[in-house]
Design a protein around this ligand. Structure first.
Ligand code: NAP
Length: 252
């Protein structure tokens, strides 16, 4: 991605929506945006918004479970109409929990595991976008960053395994591309991309950090600062693409 003068018209960032605001990367994104854009209003969507940290920015904290379209619709209806969002961040995601760990072999495939991953990593973000896109100003380009993962790249897959996570992120990447195409067809100026944050020290990566080469584990603050930099330099032609935290594109 060329780090040159933007072709998207600039405007102060007055309102950003962050979904997954209680996650490791989601929280750090909120902190970064609050420091970077004085005067911003942050709509923070989380399953448990009570207890989200206070920030230097004005926040509006809204409950949202992305496995329920009714919860998504209800949450989006509560987003302040004062300013249409200039940025949307979808920082939700699921890899493991007390019952499920990423599969090492097809022998471990389980329908409930696969469907849970699809529900959170692909279906949830798509339904969020369905409800959030009508809230954007038609004439002003918004920037939309959706947290994906490089392991969802089919062309980059040389190791196999992690079936549910990989397949659900690949589905997410297809949906992001589809949204980009439809936005363009509808003459809507918004730019949407999928993002690979780099391995970041959060509950999602915690069980898999031991074998990482020294120095490769990023803090959430480092990741968030880089992702914001990437998204705020996107060009219209980037829409539908996948980018890592350094702004380098990668193939789906
Ligand atoms: N960390 C990494 O190394 C890494 C690497 C590659 C890609 N990613 C991607 O980056 C994104 C953020 O991950 P993270 O590392 O910040 O993980 P995290 O700390 O586990 O955060 C995940 C977030 O997803 C939310 N979430 C899960 N299920 C939800 C649901 N049904 N409704 C609403 N929210 C739900 C969680 O909400 P609760 O707080 O309520 O549980 C949490 O806020 C994910 O898409 C992940 O795949 C991360």
């Amino acid at each position: 991605m060329a780090q040159v003068a933007e072709t998207l018209p600039g405007r102060a960032v007055r309102h950003a929506v962050v979904v997954g605001a209680n996650g490791g990367i989601g929280r750090a994104l909120c902190e970064t945006l609050a420091c970077r854009h004085p005067g911003i209003v942050l709509s923070r969507l989380a399953r448990e918004p009570v207890g989200l940290p206070e920030l230097v920015a004005k926040t509006s904290d809204i409950a949202c479970d992305i496995t329920s379209e009714a919860s998504i619709a209800d949450a989006v209806a509560q987003i302040s109409p004062e300013y249409p969002p200039d940025q949307i961040w979808i920082a939700t995601g699921w890899l493991h929990d007390g019952r499920h760990r990423p599969e090492k072999t097809w022998k471990e495939l389980d329908a409930e595991h696969l469907l849970h991953a699809y529900r959170i990593n692909a279906v949830g973000p798509a339904l969020l976008l369905k409800h959030l896109l009508p809230r954007l100003a038609k004439s002003h380009p918004a920037r939309i960053g959706v947290l994906s993962a490089r392991v969802g790249s089919i062309s980059d897959n040389r190791l196999g395994g992690w079936h549910s996570y990989r397949a659900s992120k690949a589905a997410l990447n297809m949906l992001i591309r589809n949204f980009a195409i439809e936005l363009q067809r509808r003459n809507l100026p918004h730019v949407i991309v999928g993002l690979q944050p780099g391995t970041t020290d959060t509950p999602l990566s915690a069980p898999f950090q031991r074998r990482l080469p020294a120095g490769q584990l990023q803090t959430p603050a480092f990741t968030a600062q880089h992702l914001v930099e990437v998204v705020e330099h996107l060009q219209p032609s980037d829409s539908g693409g996948l980018f890592d935290f350094l702004g380098e594109p990668f193939a789906p």
